[in-house]
Write a protein that binds this ligand. Structure first.
Ligand SMILES: Cc1cc2nc3c(=O)[nH]c(=O)nc-3n(C[C@H](O)[C@H](O)[C@H](O)COP(=O)(O)OP(=O)(O)OC[C@H]3O[C@@H](n4cnc5c(N)ncnc54)[C@H](O)[C@@H]3O)c2cc1C
Ligand code: FES
Ligand code: FES
Length: 521
């Protein structure tokens, strides 16, 4: 094969991206070098800070710009600490340095201070004390600012709080920062020159994708590490089949932590982010199709549009910067027993679509997980997408996430439930739980205790008892076994309270998010 992705001897091309008003070309850096390390150590842009180095604190928040299918610029906040530099190829990188005063002297519009409205609002509202978190907050706010200026809208205070749920501040407190988030829209507007960025990004397009390689010094001797970023689904399928030993890289919100925290050697990488077909979320016939590379934010939005009660899990799934990078395929393929998407998708009867070369096969998601972190993927195969029957949204669908912290926390357990009633009788039911076993799975015995029975408190009690036969959960740092089982049983009660015939609790009684306008938008 003569494809640029064909083999070890493939030529390496430099990584090119737009940064601080110009196209930057980078070569020779390790494939797993983080955007944060590059910024601070190579580009000497030290405004972006390192706090946790694992996507949790938001001190490293930057904004990435990409062209969408229509050629328009889309901006999204991400955590620079867990993004690898080659993933920036063809994109624009914005950091807090891009917001520094552009017109300090002789400016008639902005006066002497000439701070960006986000910065000016932070000053006026006392949104910064020690300042360590501030660049991260400012970039999350700038991302919201640009989005809303573009759309001609203003976020509610709760929307701003959601936008900032991936940014931690230990000294200022969040009220003044939220005040700044509202104040910034009252100040004279300063907008990004999108046309210049679009023009630069058009010039960075690669029909063949990127083939990058960099030497790495290991104790056993030097090695050349490869980073392939195919541009089409066909090229990805061929490359994956030819390189089954390579690691697939999607949003790196799991893999970034393996590198930063476990110092794992992830070797050769095949990056999925350049394959536009894989990112699609669309209705196909009587199914909602979610490409494996669809960003978590896009995929959850589509699910919530059809089942608004899932807003709780969407908006509490990690944080906006994680959801702007992480993918639905990554969440499902990673196969963590406490991943949030699989229980919801199982409750919706989702099928998973797998591809190896030209062969495409599907199976119910319930059959995909074989054991703890083991799945049905064969060598050379990858997850191509997920398909949810639209009929599944006709049931009453719920998603319940239980975690120690409300925002940006991994679940102790997560449940996806769907129920359809025929009068007072349970006509169909799906109960899927994460955090209760070595894999996410459905509660067969509890479901059997409900099916065909009257939807009453007595039936719920019988199902709660059956749940104890379905699962023998573990105790770990997130929750004890007893807590998990009790909560799993209590969630059945909650489902009943919310759906009991004639007297259901309103969504506003049980969820803060389901009453928000942006959740179902
Ligand atoms: C701060 C933080 C908070 C988080 N909060 C949550 C949370 O609330 N809920 C939750 O469920 N998760 C959470 N996560 C975990 C993570 O964000 C998700 O699992 C995410 O969906 C992973 O997707 P990714 O695209 O980043 O995957 P990656 O990290 O790129 O890859 C993960 C794994 O999936 C494989 N993979 C990726 N795509 C494919 C594919 N198409 N085919 C086959 N294999 C593939 C990779 O090879 C790798 O083994 C959090 C992570 C962080 C850092
Ligand atoms: S340093 Fe904490 S999220 Fe990146
Ligand atoms: S201002 Fe000190 S951590 Fe936020």
């Amino acid at each position: 094969m003569n494809s640029p992705h064909s083999a070890q001897q493939a030529p390496s091309e430099p990584i090119r991206f737009y940064h601080r008003g110009e196209v930057v070309s980078v070569d020779g850096v390790r494939t797993t070098r983080s955007v944060l390390d590059w910024l601070r150590e190579d580009a000497h842009c030290t405004g972006t800070k390192e706090g946790c180095n694992e996507g949790d604190c938001g001190a490293c928040t930057v904004v990435i710009g990409e062209l969408d299918g229509q050629g328009a610029l889309q901006l999204a906040s991400v955590n620079a600490c867990i993004q690898f530099l080659p993933t920036l190829d063809g994109k624009a990188l914005f950091t807090v340095e891009d917001l520094q005063p552009q017109c300090a002297t002789a400016c008639t519009k902005h006066g002497d201070a000439a701070l960006h409205p986000v910065q000016q609002a932070m000053v006026e509202c006392h949104g910064s004390q020690c300042g360590f978190c501030t660049p991260g907050f400012v970039m999350s706010l700038w991302s919201s600012y640009e989005l809303h200026q573009q759309a001609g809208t203003r976020p509610s205070r709760q929307q701003l709080a959601d936008d900032l749920s991936g940014n931690l501040c230990r000294c200022t407190g969040y009220r003044p920062i939220l005040d700044a988030g509202q104040r910034m829209f009252d100040l004279p507007a300063v907008r990004l020159d999108r046309a210049a960025v679009v023009q630069a990004l058009q010039g960075l397009r690669r029909a063949q994708g990127l083939a990058y390689a960099a030497p790495v010094a290991l104790p056993e001797g030097p090695r050349l590490d490869h980073f392939h970023a195919p541009a089409t689904l066909e090229a990805l399928a061929a490359l994956r089949e030819a390189r089954p030993q390579a690691r697939l890289l999607a949003g790196s919100t799991d893999i970034g932590l393996w590198v930063n925290k476990q110092f794992r050697d992830v070797g050769e990488l095949i990056y999925l982010g350049g394959v536009a077909e894989l990112r699609r979320v669309e209705q196909r016939g009587d199914q909602l199709y979610i490409g494996a590379g669809a960003l978590l934010e896009d995929a959850w939005r589509a699910l919530v549009q059809r089942a608004p009660a899932l807003a709780d899990v969407w908006l509490r799934f990690a944080s906006p910067p994680i959801r702007h990078a992480g993918t639905m395929g990554g969440n499902v393929a990673n196969g963590s027993p406490i991943g949030d998407a699989p229980p919801i998708l199982m409750a919706l009867d989702a099928e998973i679509e797998l591809r190896r070369g030209a062969r495409v096969r599907r199976m119910p998601l319930t059959e995909f997980y074989l054991d703890y972190m083991k799945n049905a993927l064969e060598p050379g195969e990858f997850v191509q997408g997920l398909a949810v029957p639209l009929a599944a949204f006709a049931r009453q669908v719920r998603g319940y996430k239980i975690s120690k912290r409300f925002d940006c926390d991994i679940s102790a357990l997560c449940a996806g439930m769907a129920i359809a009633l025929d009068g007072d009788t349970v006509a169909s039911v799906r109960l899927a739980y994460g955090g209760m076993a070595a894999t996410v799975r459905r509660a067969a015995q509890a479901e059997a205790a409900l099916l065909g029975k009257p939807w009453t408190q007595a039936t719920v009690r019988a199902a709660q008892a059956a749940l104890a036969l379905d699962f023998k959960p573990l105790s770990d740092m997130r929750a004890s076994a007893a807590f998990r089982l009790q909560v799993a049983q209590n969630l059945l009660q909650r489902l009943w309270l919310e759906t009991r015939p004639g007297d259901p609790l309103p969504a506003s009684a049980t969820s803060v998010f389901s009453v928000l306008p942006h959740a179902a938008a």
